[in-house]
Design a protein around this ligand. Structure first.
Ligand code: SAM
Length: 225
């Protein structure tokens, strides 16, 4: 079983994503475990304070090191071999190769920030800093949900053969999926490409590979522009 944990101020954020569709099936089948750990439970003062103002001034609040580090320690006690990942826009960017790397580990713990982020010293207590992309979310939870979803669908036995991840985009580095069509054959004047209706499997395969290559090249050009 692949063990996942989230360290968060909002455990309830994970209720719906983990109780729908593929993650919920994977949990029910015992292929993955998930636990949300409330960081606030590790604050020792009477107001359970988890944030404080930044030294040097400036707007916003920062997550304090004491409760966050205590929560990381608890996560490592619960799952001694877990890989602890801090979610932050300053981290390396998540991608399919990273997802494939993570599922080879015994488990993963996703540390979710809030406010203006973490006291920098917390970095010394995690294994890696990870970003979802070059934009800023209000908290690490939506990033954690995306990472969890990407990992869970790759775990052996989670997807049925009719929905295999093998043909997904990025399974081969940088290669995107081909365009897909379903009924009707014509929608508002837009027809399904003839080749897909031809029944000629070799021609269909060739068309799909070509479309995949075209899309991938187009995407590469866009990201270089
Ligand atoms: N002041 C921070 C900055 O500019 O880098 C942004 C803090 S953000 C409002 C609060 C939290 O959301 C972060 O600590 C992090 O956990 C999460 N977060 C925001 N954007 C993210 C991203 N692109 N990838 C991963 N986590 C992100």
């Amino acid at each position: 079983m692949f063990h996942t944990q989230a360290l968060t101020l909002f455990p309830e954020f994970f209720h719906s994503p983990m109780s729908c569709s593929i993650p919920s099936r994977a949990l029910a089948a015992g292929l993955v475990s998930f636990e949300a750990i409330q960081i606030r439970d590790f604050a020792t003062d009477k107001h359970h304070k988890v944030d404080d103002t930044p030294y040097g001034g400036g707007p916003g609040m920062l997550m304090k090191p004491e409760p966050v580090v205590a929560a990381i320690r608890e996560a490592r006690i619960r799952q001694p071999e877990t890989h602890v990942v801090m979610l932050t826009p300053s981290g390396t960017t998540f991608n399919q190769a990273k997802a494939l790397e993570y599922i080879e580990k015994p488990g993963i713990t996703l540390l979710c920030g809030r406010y203006e982020g973490f006291d920098e010293r917390i970095v010394d207590y995690v294994d890696e800093e990870l970003s979802l992309g070059d934009y800023v979310l209000s908290g690490g939870e939506p990033a954690a949900v995306s990472v969890l979803d990407a990992l869970i669908r790759l775990l052996p036995g989670v997807l049925g053969s009719s929905e295999s991840a093998v043909l997904d985009s990025f399974t081969e580095a940088g290669i995107l999926d081909w365009p897909h069509y379903t009924r009707p054959e014509e929608f508002e004047g837009k027809r399904v490409p003839d080749v897909l209706l031809s029944g000629n499997h070799a021609a269909i395969e060739q068309w799909r590979r070509k479309q995949s290559a075209l899309r991938s090249r187009k995407r590469k050009q866009h990201s270089e522009d």
